[in-house]
Design a protein around this ligand. Structure first.
Ligand SMILES: Cc1cc2nc3c(=O)[nH]c(=O)nc-3n(C[C@H](O)[C@H](O)[C@H](O)COP(=O)(O)OP(=O)(O)OC[C@H]3O[C@@H](n4cnc5c(N)ncnc54)[C@H](O)[C@@H]3O)c2cc1C
Length: 337
């Protein structure tokens, strides 16, 4: 799965410079991606804001390597592949996905809404909140000297830009194995280290990682303890010895933590970490809908299949809200060309 550039539209979809869309979806997990599909399928323009550098929500961030058995029609499919299929369904539709964009403000604008991120302000006739557990933001690096090194990153960077550089990757999450392979292919000189001997990842990636290590394409130092970062790289302790590693870039991949705080000032009648949802996914704010793990009706039933169903319902209600001439019922896709 390709990670779109922060300002790039979804591949294969026309880009509009105007920062208005019929509907704006906040969050590109399964709920947000499926809501975007339905809105675009109804012929409306839709923009999706995603806090992380890639889409897929919890599936991409927290368990891309795990198999999921209860998504309808995709039995025993790895979470990353479920995301890929949801993305594939957007091909050719008018969907503008913006990654690395955290929605922070919401205010009324005419009959619709104005939404602010750190970079932009955009407007939409309706908003669908699909923010799940919150913005999945990378854990801050907790190692002495992190502020001394000139290039410490905490999420998957633009890998192509690191070709030729010495990159130290720290972590055992699936993103670490993936970054090690992709950066090696991009021509970076990669050292991968983790406090435990094993790495997480899908079996094919882990096999490729072992092959790359065995053929000397990359170095793996594990189990090893990261002692400190220095301006030149890092110091590790491995097998009782201190190792000095030179690194132009340090990629600290320690997983992701959900952060709801960017949304919690919005007047949504919050119930803890949930937003109450009425019929059609309506919130107390006219033209603002909520779906997926964030919606109170799902409660403890935090499931992809539930999120997808809620997304389909809310997207069609939102489409009708923005274009009252459109019926809520979408009709059957099988009867459309
Ligand atoms: C380890 C694990 C295993 C699981 N296994 C299964 C399983 O087998 N089957 C199953 O059905 N479910 C499973 N789930 C649950 C499933 O992943 C969730 O129910 C599903 O991801 C909910 O989708 P969502 O789109 O509502 O939210 P999320 O997947 O959480 O996506 C929300 C997205 O919104 C983004 N976001 C949040 N706030 C903002 C903001 N302010 N601005 C911009 N973007 C924002 C987040 O970064 C995130 O990408 C599992 C969950 C975990 C953690």
């Amino acid at each position: 799965m390709e990670v779109p550039h922060p300002d790039a539209p979804h591949p294969g979809t026309p880009h509009s410079d105007a920062l208005h869309s019929d509907i704006l979806v906040i969050g590109a997990g399964p709920a947000g991606l499926h809501a975007a599909f339905y809105v675009a399928w109804r012929g409306l323009s839709v923009r999706v804001l995603e806090a992380r550098g890639e889409v897929g929500g919890q599936l991409s961030a927290l368990y891309p390597d795990k198999r999921v058995y209860d998504v309808p029609g995709l039995p025993g499919t790895r979470a990353a592949a479920v995301v890929w299929q949801l993305l594939r369904q957007l091909d050719g539709l008018n969907v503008d996905v913006r990654v690395s964009s955290v929605a922070r403000t919401l205010e009324r604008a005419g009959g619709g809404w104005r939404i602010g991120t750190d970079r932009d302000t955009m407007t939409a006739g309706a908003v669908i909140l699909a923010a799940g557990l919150g913005a999945l933001l990378p854990r801050a690096p907790r190692v002495p000297g992190a502020e001394d090194h000139p290039d410490v990153r905490t999420d998957l960077p633009d890998l192509a830009g690191l070709g030729g550089r010495r990159v130290l990757i720290v972590g055992g999450v699936p993103q670490a194995a993936r970054a090690a392979l992709e950066l090696t292919e991009a021509g970076a000189i990669v050292t991968l280290t983790h406090s435990r001997a094993g790495f997480r990842g899908d079996p094919i990636s882990l096999d490729r990682l072992e092959q790359a290590r065995a053929s000397g394409q990359l170095e793996i130092l594990a189990p090893a303890r990261l002692l400190r970062l220095t301006p030149q790289g890092a110091e590790l302790e491995m097998g009782g010895e201190t190792r000095i590693i030179g690194a132009d870039t340090v990629l600290m991949l320690g997983g992701y933590l959900p952060d709801l705080s960017p949304l919690q000032a919005w007047p949504l009648d919050w119930r803890g970490e949930y937003v109450p949802d009425g019929p059609g996914g309506r919130t107390p704010l006219d033209g603002v809908y909520v779906v997926g793990d964030l919606a109170q009706s799902g409660g403890d039933l935090k499931l992809i299949s539930v999120a997808l169903a809620q997304a389909a319902v809310a997207a069609n209600h939102a489409a009708h809200h923005v274009r009252p001439g459109l019926k809520v019922r979408p009709g059957h896709s099988s009867e459309k060309r």
